[in-house]
Design a protein around this ligand. Structure first.
Ligand code: ADP
Ligand code: ZN
Length: 723
């Protein structure tokens, strides 16, 4: 039984250590259940606040809490965050040097740790288990518990043996946590971890702070740039289906001045780690990735997730979009949806040999298509897929915010049907649109389709409008696109009824582009103050070698920029300010806020929202001369040769500085530096033989570059750092 005393204890730790006033739904019950020594199985979406569910009991209960986590990078983040709150935590995994590992074990054995994060294979080694049996343990927490299941999306063989823990340590309460929404996987986890009797806590899987948007994919790069315009300086992830697309898009974004980096499984491990780290530390703002990116990154302030291509399934879509907005602040998930992608996936599925598997794949694809083409609340469709009902339309998706107007399109449907019948043969949607619009391209003339009655019959609509109509007619079942016949448009039985039943065919009006109705994030916060606080946070993070969000989250800074606390007591009232952080960072923030309030009379100035910060203060990873070069470039606007002359060194030396500057995540306008040949060089590098050595690649370029300039171009292409 959860006693009143337990609740009081739990609330006190929540406030004093983590700086939060109230528990989120289910957290308190879960904490008390564990304080009571009982097992639990926690199903909570990403960002729901799972960590606190075991961290608080581990702090309160006697002994050390053992946390099993699949990823080394996550362990480090969690331990950093806990340490910043004054909690005695450590991790034990293969990334530690021998001396460090020894130190951790000593602290553990001396009973000095509240929490110890361990990789599963370490935990289950004989020697470690023997140690555990001699020590006082407060609980086991199995984070990312779906890794134990082969059904799930992230099976890890080393998780399988965790089921043994229940037998070896019958008296230590165990908690399994996952954000998987899939029922199959949930059952499997419970079996494998022997948690059939554990109490289950199932939170709603709705992520109300994520706004779902779907836009027709037309010019993805332009659409994405337009979208990014609405999120200046925000962190986000863009998912693409192939490595090639990832790389192309990353380079394109960089050319448009976005601090973007590419991430996929083909990039060597060390570079990938660096990209992750740069993202976590806000040096890189936008990650362009294949689905390989995500699990290892626990960044709370990801403001948007974009799907450049169709996700594999609703499950993947939910998981991937779920990486936005873990901190609970407004976030957006944008999917660019194109029928070309659907056809591509259909073709791939047709090649699947196994019939059952093919059926599953078809079903997954159809659900994804249905979601994308929904004309009802997206959140309803999404949660409905996982068996959760939503009473009301959500009010925070593109459909709710901007319900599509419909109109009687019967006449258009008639013309389209007539045209498809007239062309007789395997012609795709694009061709039909061309005929309707009266195009006289070579193919149409060759086929004599410029003589048809319907040729030009639809020239009062533009091509986008016609495409939209034809697509919807396909969605409504009047036509099919036969994949085996190059996506030919074929009328179905239902098409025979077009125009005959007297019942109008209502279609959604075509809307060019996509509209956004974004209540701007932090509309009420003092934006200049917020910026100052962000800069201060960055400075402290740099000094303490921590990711900025570990110092204070965006939520905390937003609240500070709204309420402007100028005393310890007031600062305590800000979400995320616990006693330890108050002690460590409070003074600096109070000083910054007081100074701001004095100079502005506390008036809130309007935010221009567009300004790109000029990061000149000691660039991360730069030495003094490099920093000086950067300042000359940025502040004084000197050219390469001017900087070299001014410093009395060769241009080659300055180019080396430039490379370091780019590597450190700062912007240098390399395209301008190279001039008109830039695009040619990029294209040739794209086409270069992936196995060729750098000197071979350089030799084959049609443009002559000296070594330092070449290295600069490569650094730029690596995608690290463009402001
Ligand atoms: P999950 O592991 O479920 O994805 P986290 O444990 O990382 O979620 O928590 C998500 C965010 O919510 C973190 O920034 C965390 O500090 C914050 N958080 C958790 N519980 C609370 C709470 N009771 N009040 C305010 N913020 C909270
Ligand atoms: Zn909705």
């Amino acid at each position: 039984m959860a006693t009143k005393k337990m609740k009081e204890q739990a609330r006190k730790v929540l406030k004093d250590v983590f700086g939060y006033d109230v528990f989120r739904p289910m957290q308190e019950e879960i904490v008390c259940n564990l304080l009571d020594g009982k097992d639990a199985f926690v199903l909570m979406p990403t960002g729901g606040g799972k960590s606190i569910c075991y961290q608080i009991p581990a702090i309160i209960r006697e002994g050390t809490g053992i946390v099993v986590s699949p990823l080394i990078s996550l362990m480090k983040d969690q331990v950093d965050a806990l340490t910043a709150c004054g909690v005695k935590a450590a991790y034990y995994n293969s990334s530690l040097k021998a001396a460090e590992a020894k130190d951790v074990l000593e602290r553990f054995e001396a009973g000095q740790l509240d929490l110890l994060y361990v990789a599963p294979e370490r935990l289950l080694s004989k020697s470690f288990l023997a140690k555990l049996e001699k020590l006082k343990l407060s609980m086991f927490a199995i984070d990312e518990a779906h890794c134990v299941s082969q059904w799930g999306h992230d099976f890890r063989p080393e998780y399988v043996r965790l089921g043994e823990l229940r037998e070896i340590f019958p008296d230590v309460p165990m908690l399994a946590l996952t954000a998987t929404a899939d029922e199959h996987t949930r059952e499997d986890i419970s079996d494998r971890l022997q948690l059939a009797k554990a109490k289950r806590f199932v939170a709603s899987f709705d992520r109300p702070n994520i706004r779902y948007l779907v836009a027709e994919k037309r010019q993805p790069l332009t659409q994405i740039l337009q979208f990014l315009d609405g999120w200046p300086n925000a962190s986000g992830v863009i998912y693409c289906l192939s490595r090639k697309r990832v790389e192309d898009l990353a380079v394109n974004l960089q050319r448009h001045g976005i601090r973007a980096a590419a991430y996929h499984a083909g990039i060597p491990g060390r570079s990938r780690e660096r990209v992750q780290d740069d993202f976590l530390r806000d040096r890189v703002k936008v990650i362009v990735a294949t689905i390989a990116f995500g699990m290892g990154v626990d960044k709370p302030n990801v403001r948007f997730v974009i799907h450049h291509d169709l996700p594999k399934s609703i499950e993947s879509y939910y998981q991937e979009t779920g990486r936005a907005g873990r901190d609970g602040l407004e976030s957006e998930a944008l999917m660019l949806y194109g029928s070309g992608d659907v056809n591509l996936v259909r073709r791939l599925i047709e090649n699947v040999e196994n019939i059952d598997q093919r059926r599953v794949e078809v079903h997954k694809l159809n659900s994804m298509v249905a979601f994308s083409e929904a004309l009802t609340c997206r959140r309803r469709v999404l949660l409905g897929y996982f068996g959760e009902a939503l009473d009301q339309p959500c009010g925070n998706c593109d459909i709710c915010l901007d319900p599509p107007a419909t109109y009687d399109a019967t006449e258009f449907a008639e013309v389209a049907l007539q045209c498809v019948r007239e062309v007789k043969g395997d012609y795709g949607m694009g061709y039909i649109v061309d005929v309707l619009r009266g195009s006289v391209n070579a193919r149409i003339r060759e086929n004599k389709h410029d003589k048809l009655k319907t040729h030009g019959a639809g020239d009062d609509l533009n091509a986008d409008e016609w495409t939209s109509i034809l697509r919807q007619l396909v969605h409504h079942g009047y036509f099919v696109q036969d994949v085996s016949r190059r996506a030919a448009m074929l009328p179905t039985k239902k098409a025979e009824r077009i125009g005959l039943t007297g019942e109008p065919i209502m279609l959604a009006k075509y809307q060019p582009g996509f509209r956004r109705h974004l209540k701007r994030l932090g509309a009420t916060r003092d934006e200049p103050l917020f910026k100052k606080l962000v800069a201060l946070r960055e400075e402290i993070a740099e000094r303490e070698d921590l990711p900025p969000h570990v110092v204070f989250s965006d939520v905390s800074l937003t609240e500070m920029a709204q309420r402007k606390p100028v005393s310890d007591q007031e600062l305590r009232g800000i979400s995320g300010v616990g006693e330890h952080k108050l002690e460590a960072f409070g003074e600096a923030f109070i000083e910054a806020i007081s100074k701001h309030v004095e100079t502005t009379d506390g008036k809130t100035t309007k935010n221009d929202g567009k300004e790109i910060p000029m990061l000149i203060a000691k660039g991360p990873g730069l030495n003094e001369t490099q920093t000086y070069t950067l300042a000359q470039l940025r502040k004084e606007g000197l050219t390469l040769s001017e900087i070299a002359a001014e410093q009395g060194v060769s241009e080659a030396t300055i180019l080396k500085h430039f490379v370091a500057i780019i590597r450190a995540g700062q912007y240098i306008d390399v395209p301008a530096l190279i001039g008109k040949d830039f695009d040619t060089i990029m294209a040739e590098l794209d086409d270069a033989d992936p196995y060729a050595s750098l000197s071979e690649i350089k030799r084959d370029l049609s443009v002559d570059l000296d070594n330092d300039m070449f290295r600069l171009v490569l650094a730029w292409r690596e995608g690290i750092g463009v402001a």
